[in-house]
Ligand binder design. Structure first.
Ligand SMILES: [Cu+2]
Length: 93
């Protein structure tokens, strides 16, 4: 019983409580009209995702202002329905 409670607490911490990981990547494509950005990214442990290149939706197209293909960035992402949504996107020096 005690063990069951501990594992339940862990699941809750990873799905709700924990801040999302910042992931490094590079923009390979950008479509502001569709609010979509394609990112070549490193592995995302919290989402169980390997390093890959894939398209993401952003919550708001204005988040893509000032970005272009080739930019090195860091971002946070989470599952929204059946697709990945980029929450935050920043340039990396
Ligand atoms: Cu991916």
């Amino acid at each position: 019983m005690k063990r069951w409670i501990v594992s339940l607490a862990l699941v809750c911490a990873t799905s709700v409580g924990a801040a999302p990981d910042w992931v490094r990547g590079e923009i390979t494509k950008l479509n502001a009209e569709k609010a979509q950005v394609t990112l070549k990214h490193e592995a995302i442990k919290s989402l169980g995702m390997d390093a890959m290149t894939m398209p993401y939706k952003v919550r708001n197209a204005t988040q893509l202002k000032g970005f272009k293909p080739g930019d090195v960035v860091r971002f946070t992402a989470q599952m929204q329905g059946d697709q990945m949504l980029v929450e935050q996107l920043e340039h990396v020096k």
